[in-house]
Write a protein that binds this ligand. Structure first.
Ligand SMILES: [Zn+2]
Length: 286
């Protein structure tokens, strides 16, 4: 018989997340930090990844399930009638907090306080400090019509369960969502590097002089990078990719402030930014 890998296929996880409307299905829980439990049959009886015999649960309830807290009938009931509905709001947070974090927003790198505005007085991404000096990320993401769909205030995030996929593993260092109909996807992921692993991954992307400036400002064996990637449609098409950000269909008048050093040009249909960089307090263009 073919051996089944312990790794659960991504598609099975997606089905299980969606089934519970992205929150732990146990009564009164609704935690977005989901893990995946095999119950019918349990993994030690048979190695399988059949979604019908699996359920997404938070770590607390996963542990309880492993220790026999719920019958198969109860778990099947939870799969059919999860705690959250498809119209609820899902609340989560990023647990990771540091005084120094390198932000990598589609090839725009910044250390310290900074803001990205895409319209005057309308922020897209901005950083704040808590009372202990930790950097907290803030985002307001809207759909094409300008309706809010995802918001993060000082690392606490909120999103509607009506989206097509939302993923936030129990490590609380990442949140990812996508919706094909709205043509939107976003991932915010914090990664911890040693000096060696940071240089290995970034030396081909960031200029070596910049790497030197960055490592001067960060603790050597706890280099934290917050990567933002995705495709947004408001206020225009923005694509944050590895090493670059593209804008399309810019219709004026518009202002882009922050480290996106983009000149005002109402007729511009396509603009690409690579390796924009700031260190310290950030450069804001007024
Ligand atoms: Zn739970």
């Amino acid at each position: 018989m073919k051996e089944v890998s312990r790794n659960i296929p991504a598609e099975v996880k997606r089905i299980l997340r969606k089934e519970v409307n992205y929150g732990c299905p146990i009564e009164s829980c609704g935690s977005p930090f989901l893990s995946y439990h095999h119950f019918n049959p349990p993994w030690h009886i048979e190695n399988h990844h059949n979604p019908e015999g699996m359920i997404a649960l938070c770590l607390h309830h996963h542990k309880a399930a492993d220790n026999g807290a719920y019958t198969n009938t109860q778990l099947e009931e939870c799969k059919k009638k999860p705690f959250l509905s498809g119209n609820d709001m899902l609340l989560g947070e990023i647990a990771l907090k540091r005084e120094n974090i390198l932000f990598d927003v589609g090839g725009n790198y910044y250390l310290g306080a900074s803001e990205i505005h895409l319209r005057k007085n309308e922020k897209l991404i901005w950083l704040e400090f808590d009372e202990k000096g930790h950097i907290m990320i803030n985002l307001e993401i809207k759909d094409k019509g300008g309706e809010p769909i995802f918001s993060m205030i000082n690392n606490d995030w909120i999103i509607s369960t009506s989206l097509k996929d939302i993923e936030s593993p129990p490590a609380m260092k990442m949140v990812k969502f996508s919706d094909n109909e709205k043509n939107i996807r976003l991932s915010i992921e914090y990664k911890i590097y040693s000096l060696e692993s940071f240089i290995r991954e970034y030396q081909t992307i960031i200029d070596i002089r910049r790497i030197y400036e960055i490592v001067q400002s960060l603790p050597k064996n706890d280099i934290v990078i917050c990567k933002v990637r995705g495709l947004l449609q408001y206020p225009f098409h923005i694509h944050f990719k590895d090493g670059q950000t593209n804008f399309r269909n810019l219709k004026g008048p518009f202002t882009i402030n922050g480290i996106f050093k983009l000149a005002e040009d109402a007729t511009m249909e396509y603009f690409e930014i690579k390796d924009a960089f700031t260190i310290g307090d950030g450069t804001l263009i007024k």
